[in-house]
Ligand binder design. Structure first.
Ligand code: XIL
Length: 415
């Protein structure tokens, strides 16, 4: 299905129907092709729900025997699939794609140029990248009439030559803005013209090459109101839908996302994000998904069941969700206990994404502790990613592999 202006409502409708409709038979799942760009694919583990539930209910002996037989054969089929996915797995990328999701990481242009191990690890492990800073307003716009696409183009070229999809991040935000923009108050019409030109130029520059854009980032405050930003002050609340419409005009093929932090699970902010996005959908604004950032720590993390419920309500209104910026900060020493607690948090988050039909990408905010934003935000925190500073896999890496290979699910199967 190729997403475009004309078929955007159709895609949303079909996603909703898929979420509610009958599940695909397990054997079919074994034959699913690699996921195509922007299409919903059935996923491995969730298909086990097509198997009879265990423990079996008390019914007649014959029915019970039939159900036992089915459960065991479903379990075997599922196991074979996971073994097949994972015996050949030397990186996260291939099992993730077989399970119907993209696995990604934020990347910085400088180490990509200067550190071969950074580039090798990225290309080996991931299927998607998000430029960590290079596509933000400030870095792209040193002055009002000059664009600097140098770093962003370098990341794009690397991604394309290594078969990585690119998530664009981000067109409208209140941070990392250039001084020329924030130095004065603009008349409303002029600020609208600046934003429109920015979105049209940047999205147009990467037309057909960026699979999904975080069009608007962090626009909603903790209390659910619209955050006080240069865009809200200067344009008013309609800046959000304007941005989505301009982005869609500039690249009708790109999926357009609203991205935010600390709205992953349950609560006031999550509800406010949902309500505002639902309103955009109902009014026909071209929006295709919601990014759940997932900047977590050992002590601050949403309940997996709450994240699942949140993902499901977006599925019900036809939207994808992507985990867009996951990291799990450790305060103090990275002891064995802390690293295994961190690993569990990563595994649970990926497990939720794999179980939600509409969760199509799981993106980390970096991949090596050598290049992570966390120590810059809090000097006493760090070790937030899945490779250590020497690019050695941490327990969190193994936990992601376990989740992809369904090892947890297999352990709980009835034989
Ligand atoms: C961060 C980058 O990682 C840092 O290098 C930069 O100094 C500040 O921004 N939410 C977002 C990301 O949407 O763009 C932020 O990235 C992290 C929080």
């Amino acid at each position: 299905m190729s997403p475009g202006k004309a078929d955007a409502p159709r895609r949303r409708g079909s996603i909703a129907a898929e979420a509610a409709g009958p599940r695909v038979e397990v054997r079919k799942v074994l034959k699913i092709p690699l996921p195509k760009r922007r299409e919903f694919q059935p996923k491995g583990i969730t298909e086990m729900a097509a198997c009879p539930p265990a423990p079996l209910v008390r019914v007649s002996r014959l029915v019970a025997l039939i159900l036992v037989g089915l459960a065991v054969s479903c379990a075997r089929v599922a196991t074979d699939e996971f073994i097949q996915i994972c015996t050949s797995a030397s990186s996260l990328r291939s099992p993730a794609q077989k399970r119907g999701i993209q696995i990604g990481a934020a990347v910085a242009a400088e180490p990509l140029r200067s550190e071969p191990r950074y580039a090798e690890t990225l290309a080996r492990e991931f299927s998607m990248v998000t430029p960590e800073n290079a596509m933000k307003f400030g870095p792209l716009r040193p002055s009002r009439d000059r664009y600097d696409f140098g770093d962003a183009d370098a990341i794009m070229d690397f991604a394309e030559s290594h078969g990585l999809l690119v998530r664009g991040h981000t067109l409208v935000w209140n941070s990392q803005l250039p001084g020329w923009l924030t130095a004065k108050e603009w008349p409303r019409d002029e600020l609208i013209a600046i934003l429109r030109e920015h979105i049209t130029t940047v999205v147009g520059h990467y037309r057909g090459r960026v699979v999904a854009w975080d069009v608007v980032n962090e626009a909603i405050a903790d209390d659910g109101s619209l955050d006080d930003t240069i865009w809200l002050r200067g344009i008013g609340p309609t800046y959000i839908e304007m941005a989505f419409r301009w982005a869609h005009e500039a690249d009708p093929q790109a999926m357009l996302f609203y991205n935010d932090v600390e709205g992953e699970g349950q609560g006031r902010k999550a509800d406010a994000i949902y309500a505002r996005i639902q309103d955009l959908v109902q009014r026909g604004v071209p929006i295709h998904g919601v990014g759940l950032q997932m900047h977590l720590s050992l002590t601050k993390r949403p309940e997996p069941s709450h994240v699942m419920a949140n993902m499901k309500r977006f599925a019900a209104i036809g939207l994808q969700v992507h985990i867009t910026e996951m990291d799990v900060a450790i305060k103090g020493a990275a002891t064995a206990g802390n690293l295994s607690a961190q690993a569990r948090i990563y595994r649970d988050a990926l497990g939720v994404c794999l179980s939600a039909e509409n969760c199509k990408a799981f993106v980390l905010w970096g991949f090596s502790d050598r290049h992570s934003w966390i120590p810059h935000v809090s000097a006493t925190s760090g070790s937030a990613l899945i490779f250590d500073e020497a690019y050695r896999p941490k327990p969190a890496y193994n936990a992601l592999m376990d989740a992809l290979c369904g090892r947890e699910a297999i352990r709980s199967l009835p034989w």
